[in-house]
Design a protein around this ligand. Sequence first.
Ligand code: GAR
Length: 202
Amino acid sequence: MNIAVFASGRGSNFQAIYAHIKSGKINANVRCLISNNPSAPVIGFAKNNRIQTYIIDAKDDGHSKQLLEVLDKHNTQLIVLAGYMKLIQKNIVKKFHNKIINIHPSLLPSFGGKGCYGMNVHEKVFKSGVKYTGATVHYVNQNYDEGQIIAQEHISISPEDSAENIATKVLKIEHKLLPEVVKKICENQLYWINNKPWISKL
Ligand code: GAR
């Protein structure tokens, strides 16, 4: 399976997927990394690993045309948003229907939507007083964090927790959950039951 990864920042989820591919646990190729942020640390990682990298500014008018060209050039079969902070344009969502997945650091549909990304999510979770949070991998549609949920994993929050250590705990499960879903998709082991996507647990 030819994968294009989109990322805007640190890139730890990208590294987690890449490690699974390199060790042979996932049978796929990362064909390219696309970022909107020229100073994202993830770019250094991609370049060090000789992965083709494209900086495509989401503010440019022609950006979705540029994205489509890159995706076509690499015969992209799956797009993985691994910490990508921009909305995917309608024409891309349409062309890659159910071929774009995203990792989100909460149990959607809670703590999702515009403005809910990265550390903001954990701060909102902490302030709200909920007792559980977690990570969600979902299909991407034209709205932030609204596509169908594929898989979730939860952690419990204790009185000693802070927003920062909630983030650390959630990131740890993200690094397990996202590669697991990518693996299942690559192995054709994602099933549609009652119009909902399911993966069997490892
Ligand atoms: C991750 O926690 C990811 O779930 C989140 O950004 C972080 C990126 O970390 N994504 C979102 O908030 C998307 N709405 P990383 O760059 O180290 O993978």
